[in-house]
Design a protein around this ligand. Structure first.
Ligand code: ATP
Ligand code: MG
Length: 137
């Protein structure tokens, strides 16, 4: 059974949307198997998004991700990576399908409420970035 890393971003935690977002994951058949609320430093947010460091939006992304606490979670289910991305919707909320998290809640391309791993290899790395072995059962 597959696992993926999900982040409820500061724009969503700030608006007290954590429960609503988790409910959407659960309704789609994903199970929360690890969860914590943390406040990333700019260095930690920068390291997490290092793959984007040459992109023009990198500075803004790091600033937004470290502005306020996030909720990081491991979601489990059949095809969890694809299912999570389906429930999140398109990166740009203007292109997100009706009923998705980003369509419902995202403020902009940058403040788009959630992050989800995009492939098995990145899911493994991203889960290990936030959770240690004893936190994963
Ligand atoms: P995520 O990786 O957060 O799940 P994603 O895979 O849909 O989202 P990526 O292309 O990996 O999108 O971009 C990572 C994040 O960087 C996006 O979620 C968004 O917050 C931000 N971002 C991406 N493109 C832009 C952009 N053109 N302008 C501003 N922010 C952007
Ligand atoms: Mg991505």
């Amino acid at each position: 059974i597959e696992r993926t890393l999900s982040i409820i971003k500061p724009d969503a935690t700030r608006r007290n949307l954590t429960g609503k977002i988790v409910a959407m994951f659960e309704e789609a058949g994903l199970r929360v198997v690890a969860s914590k609320r943390i406040h990333l430093t700019p260095a930690q947010a920068g390291a997490f998004y290092a793959v984007h460091k040459e992109r023009p939006f990198y500075g803004e992304l790091v600033e937004q991700m470290s502005a306020e606490p996030v909720v990081v979670q491991v979601l489990e289910g059949e095809g969890a990576i694809a299912k999570n991305r389906e429930v999140m919707g398109a990166t740009n909320p203007a292109n997100a399908d009706e009923g998705t998290i980003r369509k419902s809640f995202a403020l902009s391309m940058g403040e788009n409420s959630v992050h989800g791993s995009d492939a098995p290899e990145t899911a493994k790395e991203e889960i290990a970035f936030f959770f240690s072995g004893i936190e994963l059962v």
